[in-house]
Design a protein around this ligand. Structure first.
Ligand code: UN1
Length: 510
């Protein structure tokens, strides 16, 4: 096939996939935003941005939708999410393939992302019958003290390119069962998967009598559109995923109007390998954690602390894996590492590697790969960098497959180094000694939102709360009781007696 023919077919395939999920190709098309596939760099669609005033109008409609959706019983809202999960199941292959083409993930990870959406829908369906509050014993006679959770309002979701649809679904599935409307601003780099999902939601909503127009809204656009969403007081909850720089702006803006921000920002995730570790297992977990999704997960493993007793047994094997891992077209089944999202990501990776070299790092891999990969994409060999210490680029998140490896002498030293960065998302330990693992999970261990044992830092299940501390932003999404952030809590004291005793023994006899 000639290159021109190949180019033509990728664009055609995207149009066909969008049609499969019912997204009208003439939706917001014909506009000025060119969407590129990282596979080849080619333009796969052009779509139109919404204007700031269109965004504001859409928020108004979402607010109206909330006013009626909040009256629909929660289990019935759960039924809506169940149907969304069914639609996702039916369209898993098409949507997963679209994720691969728009983001560059390998096929298995594209499908995994859709599975994550299905999983959170299932979770939310169950949750729709468990939006429970507490009843507390009152200190006053003939009184009851209780709390209820009520829908919060419009939830704004700002999502990143690397999980273009799953992270929306973490937020949206919970928000829908919680009685909220959702307004979504996806990454500028990945509007097509968002269009596809929006189309599925609209199809479900069209068959669901209680679903009001405006329950789920997609706002394709750039920074101005995001600013409208973040600044609008009709949006009480803003859930934003992306860089720490973005989160710092969003968090302050939302706090300035007393809204609630759920922030899921940069990670600089670490694993510790102890002397007792199962090295075969550790090797596989580290490989997926550091190289999976071409190092473009917020949970990607970026720092590895290896005890000196096992350093020479582990690191040469890891280096050999790095040299042999298949990099290439993510649509083919033998690739494990697809392309970076764009040229800027490649440039940032090269700059970080330069910095690492200047700081005394020994770099294995990291160069652009052009042989055996589609032309036009930014395919790189994953880089493993043996560092003399935790300096320079090791302290930052570079969204690329770079693993910094450092030798440590004790677990205390490893935990200290692990925690001594501004970010606090995910972490893990490899050890078969329960004293190591319990210490790692204790209050004096990992300071991250996620701390795993004998597994990597990435690939969390939806059942747990997801998020991290410090510059990661402190928000929690997905499972456990993360739903509470999408509701408002009402505390009520009820006096069913004849007297009117005051709390704290206060007297006020009028
Ligand atoms: C992200 O990269 O923003 O834990 C989300 C994981 C995935 C989600 C990552 N379940 O790696």
């Amino acid at each position: 096939m000639t290159q021109a023919a190949a180019r033509h077919s990728l664009r055609d395939e995207v149009a066909a996939l969008l049609a499969t999920v019912g997204a009208a190709p003439d939706g917001p098309s014909g506009g000025g935003r060119a969407v590129h596939s990282p596979l080849t760099g080619e333009i796969i669609a052009e779509i139109r941005d919404v204007s700031a005033s269109e965004a504001s109008d859409a928020i108004g409609r979402a607010h109206e939708a909330f006013l009626s959706w909040r009256r629909v019983p929660a289990p019935r809202r759960g039924e809506f999410v169940r149907l969304l999960g069914e639609a996702l199941r039916a369209n898993k292959d098409a949507l997963g393939r679209l994720v691969t083409i728009e983001v560059g993930k390998i096929v298995s990870e594209g499908l995994g992302e859709v599975q994550e959406m299905i999983d959170i829908c299932d979770f939310a369906v169950g949750l729709s019958r468990q939006l429970h509050g507490l009843t507390m014993g009152s200190e006053r006679p003939d009184h009851r003290l209780m709390e209820q959770w009520h829908p919060a309002g419009v939830v704004g979701v700002v999502s990143a390119f690397n999980f273009p649809v799953a992270v929306w679904c973490w937020n949206a599935a919970l928000a829908f069962v919680c009685g909220d409307a959702v307004v979504w601003k996806p990454s500028e780099k990945t509007p097509l998967t968002a269009l596809a999902v929006q189309s599925l939601v609209e199809r479900v909503a069209a068959r669901f009598p209680e679903a009001p127009a405006g329950l789920s809204t997609l706002l394709v656009g750039g920074r101005e559109v995001g600013e409208v969403l973040v600044g609008d007081a009709r949006v009480p909850v803003v859930s934003a995923t992306g860089s720490t720089a973005m989160g710092r702006v969003v968090g302050q803006r939302v706090a300035g109007r007393f809204g609630r921000a759920i922030l899921e920002l940069g990670g600089n995730n670490a694993s510790i390998v102890c002397p007792s570790a199962d090295l075969d297992l550790a090797l596989r977990a580290i490989a997926f954690g550091a190289m999976g999704t071409a190092g473009q997960r917020c949970t990607t493993l970026r720092r590895l602390f290896v005890h000196e007793a096992v350093y020479d047994a582990l690191v040469p094997r890891l280096t050999a894996l790095y040299a042999s891992v298949p990099v290439g077209d993510p649509l083919t089944s033998d690739s494990l590492v697809g392309p970076l999202i764009d040229e800027a990501a490649f440039a940032a990776m090269q700059a970080a590697l330069e910095e690492a070299r200047a700081a005394g790092g020994r770099v294995h891999g990291g160069e652009r790969q052009v042989e055996g990969v589609p032309a036009g994409g930014f395919y790189v060999r994953p880089a493993l960098v043996e560092m003399p210490g935790q300096t320079g680029p090791v302290r930052h998140e570079t969204f690329a497959p770079i693993l910094y490896v450092m030798k440590v002498r004790t677990l205390d030293e490893a935990i200290g180094l692990q925690n001594d960065v501004p970010q606090g998302l995910s972490s893990s330990i490899f050890s078969t000694d329960m004293r190591d693992t319990e210490r790692f999970l204790s209050a004096t261990g990992s300071d991250c939102g996620i701390a795993n044992v004998n597994m990597g830092s990435s690939g969390a299940e939806i059942g747990g709360a997801f998020g991290g501390e410090k510059e990661t932003g402190g928000g929690r999404e997905s499972g456990s009781d993360a739903w509470k952030a999408y509701m408002r809590r009402m505390t009520s004291a009820i006096n069913y007696g004849d007297a009117m005793p005051l709390a704290q023994g206060v007297t006020f006899d009028v």
